[in-house]
Design a protein around this ligand. Structure first.
Ligand code: A2P
Length: 282
């Protein structure tokens, strides 16, 4: 990988630009329009949104206004939790297309698995949702389909369906690597994407990371993004600040040594969202 538009290959042969611009918590309207427009100007060609972020409308507008062709921008969105199930997935997907002002998505993900805390029939719910997504994929309305926040036991049920998940987007940053999920995804050719690769900003003041980053002449954010890539995971950093939006792409002019990778990989949990896929009640 030498630049953000270089692609990871998905199981179906499609390419996904190796850094995406994340939009979680970015408010719809001017804030999102300015941020996504800046990201596109800086060179991001992969925008990650979700119906649950309530900013698809502005994301779509920014892409339309950018002057880029639709096929030059890789767009990911996600099925909201309230719309799980076959019929409601089909309807929610159409709504997402309308909001984004496009007639196809590059990637559509189940945002969170139905889990056993909330549902006795959680596996069946996920399967019903997946069937709808599979049909949309076969109809050519989605170029690739996947999941988000799925642990191996959630993934397992979907691995015996005609189209297996191609992507799993999980919270991933120093101190939170979900090793079993990472191993499972790698063994099953599922591309792992990292949401909150900067630990929602909470890990950036860690002394170990500050020391390592200083040795490379890089910021801690750049170190974290590079560390994600060197773990063969696709980072989705987000920032609303134009300088930091640009800074987060400058991660291709250094390489973290094996020794430093081992130090960071070995760091214990020291902050993050605190959301666990089996514990959340949404
Ligand atoms: P800001 O929008 O003010 O730049 P994550 O992607 O892990 O969820 O982290 C996002 C948080 O990290 C945001 O609060 C964002 O704040 C901050 N952030 C993003 N990029 C950088 C950076 N290069 N340096 C410092 N903070 C950053």
């Amino acid at each position: 990988m030498n630049q953000a538009i270089d692609g990871f290959s998905l199981r179906n042969g499609s390419q996904i630009p190796c850094i995406g611009y994340g939009t979680w918590k970015t408010p719809n309207g001017d804030v999102a329009i300015n941020a996504v427009s800046t990201a596109l100007q800086c060179g991001y060609r992969h925008i990650d949104t979700a119906a649950g972020y309530r900013n698809e409308e502005s994301v779509g507008l920014s892409i339309l206004q950018s002057g880029l062709k639709r096929e030059e921008v890789f767009i990911t969105s996600k099925l909201p939790n309230a719309k799980r199930g076959y019929e409601s997935t089909l309807a929610a997907f159409e709504q997402t297309l309308t909001e984004l002002k496009t007639d196809y998505l590059d990637l559509y993900l189940i945002h969170w698995p139905a889990n056993s805390r909330q549902f006795n029939d959680w596996e069946q719910i996920n399967l019903n949702t997946w069937q709808a997504m599979t049909e949309l994929y076969h109809a050519g309305k989605i170029r690739a389909i996947g999941v988000s926040n799925f642990l191996p036991h959630h993934l397992e049920a979907l691995m015996h369906t005609p189209v297996k998940p191609m992507v799993n987007q999980i919270e991933f940053h120093p101190g939170l690597m979900w090793p079993e999920t990472l191993e499972y995804c790698k063994a099953n050719d599922i591309c792992v994407e990292a949401w909150s690769p900067l630990g929602t900003g909470r890990i950036l003041s860690n002394e170990t990371l500050i020391d390592i980053a200083a040795r490379y002449g890089k910021s801690v954010a750049q170190l974290c993004i590079r560390w994600v890539l060197q773990n063969d995971v696709l980072p989705l950093p987000k920032s609303l600040n134009p300088d930091r939006i640009a800074e987060n792409l400058k991660v291709f002019d250094f390489e973290i040594s094996a020794k430093d990778m081992a130090i960071i990989n070995g760091m214990p949990y020291f902050g993050g969202s605190g959301l666990h896929p089996d514990a959340v009640d949404f």
